[in-house]
Ligand binder design. Structure first.
Ligand code: SF4
Ligand code: SF4
Length: 496
């Protein structure tokens, strides 16, 4: 198949060999599970269970709120110990609303977990409803509710489903192992999503540095004429949705638009397996595969883990730390989230836990920009990172927006390649956060202004109504006074 060239990109040392050869292992039940109510983009789920309640595996714990939201289910059977704050799966480590479940060890399924007898005879609506009810979100780390993407058929003229099996981030091997070990489950999930979207063309893209996964998926796809497995050149960030689509179909996604604007929807390979589990077996999204790796980990592994398992339990299973990690990251080293500690739970989007040793972190002292232009050459979005960072440092955020800040996908290629060790992507992420905060503040100010104006208008209306009432009363009283005066005059006239 003809592939189209995309601009930029880098070739970081992928260090996948640390975990790639280890088959997926099931992590034993932890003593406690901490299940956040917000593991997705959109509105937080609302609990439907109470403290002390016994629940079974797969039972609904929290209901989704609104269209962009996802429900949360019990990863195993046990007792709800509480609903309260627990450190977020986020760099801030701030406390978020979390359900704590104590497993009872029986791992007993709830009666509601029943699969469809004939999955491929379900209608597109039935498939997307089941995907929504199962709480499936993008498992590549984005956490966007998958059913919302499946429903894009109502608004866009779609023709192609692209499955992202690129796994281009260094270190991560969870999707690689999944495609090698469960190719038929991944394939069936893909074909169910294609049915839901109403598309006939499915391109399943895998980077060429995963030959075993490519071979397994090619073998599995032999029975499916509509499914084409495509080997991609290994280059970061090949797995970025827009660039993946451009490589495969040769069309650019409009700036700040969706791939659906050009008729394409992208889903992750692990999401496809979750869709198959939900529809064929009636299992909601209660577990996932996590790569635990980095040179600070004694035994790097790919683990099948229940959602809500504390990260320190994964580290313990992998033999603990060989040395104190200098950096902990959830996800890959390029776009992952730094973690404040391992005292955070695994969530639906956790594809990796990296514990990096000093030898793996290229944190040279920052030096002045030498205007070498490398950052411009590697940027896959055609931006000029050195100019953007200069405007951000000068506090001119508006100028950085004019230079394309909002088109930056935060891939980190520029920072990785910069010989002066300038933390370019960190500046861009900071600036995007500032802009979002400014927009929120502006929105809040606008809302306050609107409320003040509405109150003033209300008070004016009340004042006018009172004045009108007083005027009417005065007019009535004047009328009565005049009547009385007339009557008095008539009486006086009569008595004379
Ligand atoms: S790569 Fe670094 S040193 Fe080179 S131009 Fe860009 S910011 Fe400057
Ligand atoms: S982080 Fe942004 S500016 Fe830097 S290479 Fe990636 S897209 Fe370009």
């Amino acid at each position: 198949m003809k592939l189209f060239r995309i601009r930029g990109g880098v070739h970081p040392d992928d260090r996948k060999q640390l975990s790639a050869e280890h088959p997926i292992e099931n992590l034993p039940l932890p003593p406690l599970l901490h299940i956040p109510l917000q593991q997705h983009i959109g509105a937080q789920a609302t609990p439907v269970v109470t403290r002390g309640q016994l629940v079974r595996k797969g039972e609904l714990l929290a209901r989704s709120q609104g269209i962009i939201s996802a429900p949360v289910h019990a990863p195993t059977s046990g007792r709800i110990m509480g609903i309260g704050g627990y450190p977020a799966h986020h760099a801030s480590g701030l406390s978020v609303r979390t359900l704590t479940l104590k497993p009872d060890g029986h791992d007993e399924w709830h009666d509601s977990c029943v699969g469809a007898a004939a999955p491929f005879s379900l209608s597109p609506e039935e498939i997307s409803t089941r995907v929504a009810d199962a709480g499936i979100v993008g498992m590549g780390g984005a956490g966007f509710p998958s059913s919302v993407k499946l429903n894009l058929r109502h608004r866009y003229a779609l023709h192609t489903l692209v499955i992202n099996g690129a796994e281009c981030e260094p270190y991560l091997t969870c999707d690689d192992r999944l495609m090698q070990e469960r190719p038929d489950d991944v394939r069936d999930g893909v074909m169910l999503m294609a049915r839901a979207l109403g598309v006939r063309r499915v391109l399943f893209a895998i980077e060429n540095n995963k030959p075993a996964a490519l071979a397994a998926m090619r073998e599995s796809a032999k029975a499916q004429a509509d499914l084409q497995i495509v080997g991609l050149p290994t280059r970061y960030p090949m797995g970025s949705a827009n660039h993946l689509v451009q490589t495969l179909v040769g069309k650019e996604t409009p700036a700040r638009g969706l791939t659906a604007d050009i008729g394409v929807v992208v889903h992750n390979a692990a999401t496809a397996a979750a869709v198959n589990d939900a529809i064929r077996h009636g299992r909601p999204l209660i577990s996932r595969i996590v790569t635990v790796t980095g040179r600070a980990i004694r035994r790097p592994r790919n683990l099948h883990v229940l959602i809500g398992t504390p990260m320190d339990y994964l580290v313990e299973y992998c033999g603990g730390f060989l040395e104190e990690p200098v950096r902990l990251i959830s996800g890959g080293p390029m776009m992952g989230q730094p973690l404040p500690s391992t005292r955070v739970p695994v969530v639906k989007g956790s594809n990796g836990l990296l514990a990096l040793s000093a030898s793996e972190v290229n944190d040279g002292a920052e030096m002045p920009c030498i205007r070498c232009g490398i950052c411009v050459r590697v940027c896959p979005c055609g931006l000029v990172p050195l100019s953007m960072v200069a405007t951000i440092r000068a506090g001119r955020l508006e100028s950085s927006v004019r230079l394309g800040l909002l088109d930056c996908i935060g891939c980190g290629s520029c920072a990785y390649a910069c010989p002066s060790h300038i933390p370019l992507v960190q500046h861009f992420n900071y600036a995007k956060g500032e802009l979002a905060a400014q927009q929120r503040a502006q929105h809040k100010q606008g809302e306050i202004k609107r409320l003040i104006e509405a109150r003033t208008a209300r008070m004016e209306a009340i004042k006018r109504a009172k004045q009108e009432a007083m005027r009417r009363r005065k007019a009535e009283m004047d009328g009565k006074k005049a009547e009385n005066a007339d009557r008095r005059a008539e009486t006086a006239e009569a008595s004379r």
